[in-house]
Design a protein around this ligand. Structure first.
Ligand code: SAM
Length: 348
């Protein structure tokens, strides 16, 4: 997030609502710690996020926060005079949040959308005008934009297509079907990297009669454990930081009668057990460098969660220098295969 965007956001959040119903902050997944430190907790300010670690950081700062898959009904208050939202990347989430914001604002209340040109902020503003039936106020702040919409006293919204955002649904790729929803990573697809990882896991464990306990770190809708269901794991655990992913994964494991313990967590930080196998398609395919905090965090957690004789099978984009970075945390690093722009690496 740029300095400009951060300033506008913080200014809006720190304005008191002077006795009227309060401010709701819809928090995007990329919450910078410095941004959080500048926000002053107040009784009339609450936040809604779909990411576990964002919720933890907000709560640690003393802010009232609800972690859910953007389920506005789960908020402690149902009416707001101001809603502040740095738009998300996924259109279905943005549309859902704009529709829901309109429902929760009092007449005369304001929705503030923030973002950069590349975030589609101007299009989001135009679309929001359709719901609010008013002209939005667009303002440039350096490299950032804010769009302000005033809720009219008479309502005639033309709802945006949110793809029925909250609903889980049946999806299929070829013969294979699964449950998923927008908001989950590659929600209606099979990721090539994950496909390759599952294939390598089968090869790697084929001669094993007891593969022990397995963890899918960053499970999305649960693909990896679903397609390796035939492997002789004695226990299966899956975790993700995204509330939408946890909902979809749980629904899939239940439907397929596969006993899996699923948790909403930050890189499995609250897991108390250790695993013999960790399967991971980490979220750092782009912008990864040896100093990437996210990469370091995943590798550190993998090392912590692995049994002494355990193995982690990790798939990454072929250009990611994972072998070099992982050398700091693991003594055995073997590249099992290269294919389709991906590589699978065994770490122990
Ligand atoms: C590349 S996707 C892989 C998803 C799934 N394993 C698959 O094969 O389809 C990476 C996943 O990591 C999750 N993730 C990102 N940051 C995380 C964190 N701090 N803790 C746990 N999961 C995280 C994302 O929500 C996403 O579901």
């Amino acid at each position: 997030m740029s300095m400009h965007l951060e300033h506008v956001l913080i200014d809006l959040l720190n304005q008191s609502s002077n006795g009227s119903p309060g401010t709701l902050w819809i928090v995007d997944e990329n919450l910078a710690p410095e941004q959080l430190q500048a926000v002053h907790p107040r009784a009339d300010l609450c936040a809604l996020t779909n990411r576990f670690e964002v919720g933890e950081a907000l709560a640690a700062r003393g802010l009232q926060c609800t972690v859910s898959d953007f389920v506005f009904d789960a908020l402690p208050a149902q009416q707001f005079s101001r809603i502040v939202y740095r738009v998300s990347k996924e259109r279905a989430i943005v549309h859902h949040c704009i529709n829901e914001s309109f429902r929760r604002l009092i007449p005369g209340g304001t929705l503030h959308l923030l973002g950069h040109k590349d975030d589609g902020i101007k299009t989001n503003g135009k679309n929001a005008e359709q719901v609010f039936r008013t002209t939005a106020r667009l303002k440039k702040h350096g490299t950032a934009y804010s769009v302000t919409l005033l809720k009219p006293t008479t309502e005639n919204p033309q709802w945006l297509d949110s793809k029925d955002y909250l609903q889980l649904r049946e999806c299929s790729v070829g013969e294979w079907s699964f449950i998923s929803k927008p908001g989950v990573f590659g929600w209606n697809k099979i990721d090539h990297g994950s496909e390759l990882l599952a294939q390598e896991a089968r090869k790697y464990l084929q001669a094993t009669s007891d593969a022990g306990a397995v963890l899918d770190l960053g499970c999305g809708y649960g693909y990896l454990l679903l397609v390796t269901a035939e492997l002789p794991f004695s226990r299966r655990v899956a975790t993700d930081n995204n509330a939408a992913a946890v909902l979809a994964a749980n629904a899939n494991f239940q439907q397929k009668n596969l006993p899996v313990t699923v948790s909403l967590d930050d890189c499995g930080a609250h897991l108390q057990e250790r695993f013999d196998v960790i399967l991971c398609n980490p979220p750092f395919h782009q912008g990864f460098s040896t100093s990437s905090a996210l990469a370091e965090k995943f590798l550190l957690q993998i090392r912590k969660l692995l049994n002494t004789n355990g193995v982690a099978l990790v798939v990454v984009n072929q250009f990611i220098p994972i072998e070099r970075v992982a050398a700091e945390y693991f003594s055995n690093i073997t590249t099992l295969c290269h294919s389709d722009g991906f590589k699978v690496v065994a770490l122990s």
